[in-house]
Ligand binder design. Sequence first.
Ligand code: HEC
Length: 90
Amino acid sequence: MKKILFIVLLNMSVSPAWAMAIPAADSAAGKLFAQRCSTCHALPHPKRLDWMHWRHMLGLMKMRMDEKHMSMPKEEWQRISAYLKQYANK
Ligand code: HEC
């Protein structure tokens, strides 16, 4: 019994990104988000945060990318922002 519980917990903690597909994954914006935001960590689901928190998080991620010389063009930030704004937790 203990073993089963352990396995269940383990599965929850390592649930892969594809276990919960992102919205509009085939759209240009969805693809850009998936590509740009999964290089340093697993892709976060848009529903994870509301737009207010995403806005803050994007500022932080810009700093993280600048530190690694992985800056994105402004136009890509705008497209990812619009995508997250649309699909964020309401
Ligand atoms: C250059 C590497 C890098 C890239 C690219 C990157 N991140 Fe991050 N991200 C980090 C680091 C490092 C942290 C840990 C918190 C910190 O140090 O700021 C983090 C943490 C996070 C977190 C909070 C932790 C969590 O999993 O809930 C979110 C949400 C997030 N990133 C979203 C994004 C999004 C959206 C993008 C694409 C725009 C992105 N990240 C691209 C480095 C990166």
